[in-house]
Design a protein around this ligand. Sequence first.
Ligand code: PBG
Length: 331
Amino acid sequence: MKILGKFPSTRLRRTRKKDWVRRLVSENNLSTDDLILPIFIRDGKNKIEKIKTMPGINRYSIDKVNKVVENACKKKIPLIALFPYTPNKKKNNIGTEALNEDNLVCKALRSIKKNFNEIGVMCDVALDPYTNHGHDGILKDQDVHNDKTLEILKKQSLLQAQMGCDIIAPSDMMDGRVGVIRKILDKNNFEDTKILSYAVKYASNFYGPFRDAVGSNKKLKGNKKSYQMDFKNCNEALREVGFDIKEGADMVMVKPGMPYLDIIKLIKDNFKIPVFSYQVSGEYSLIKNGIKNKLINNEAILESLISFKRAGSSAIITYFALEIADKIKNN
Ligand code: PBG
């Protein structure tokens, strides 16, 4: 591949001189089709509650969620992701509430599916919003027990599919979960329900604001290093993705986002499967606070999102989805 020319006949600045020519030669772009909007839901009626650690982001009671979804539809955002803030009294050590067909996620799914059919809904599969210890699975001898957890996760997945969930997104990092989930879905005639595996989820320090948002932060005992990946590793990411594809994943996710652009690219180059990225809560709040404090300007949002596209992402879960959708339209 010949990419070099010679100065002065070759001047790379020539194609940077004006906005129209920059637009003409741009290699990547962001469209609203690339966006996934996360929505936090809470109990009660007529409630819109600010999340302190995530400026500009709220928790909505189910009657208020429809307005947000309507807004997302209007902006042509293809997919929303639901995250519940479960009241403390409904949490226990095995996360039973995850299997309650009247839990927040199930109620929201029914309501959204009744009112909208042009937007997809994805739901996390993991127990952390429901356990009183904040871990994603069932504890045994102070560690999350893989196979006992799988038993609940597959039931949680089936329930969400029955409630109308379009994309089941296991975020728990148990071994073998994609396989058992695919199997139970297929056995119950949900062969078209998709699986987006959080295949590469690192034990990250960027999840703090999210854990506040779903109320698991103060509860979390210890850390999640015995199941989420070590941030020193990348070969292991390939093994995770390889297994999940074999087990039936339709799409895979890399999480967090910006510190892991190399991983997104590595996976895209090695497996020709849709790769999604998750610009997580810590990344969001850092950028948002930077803008608020005038350390960086607003364009940093677009820059951060384009970096995922450059790395090879098909879509991005981002708390900036609504905000940036307006901007893209105006461009
Ligand atoms: C839990 C889950 C987490 C996030 C999404 N699903 C946090 C965790 O693993 O502790 C984090 C998302 C974010 O930080 O925005 N299974």
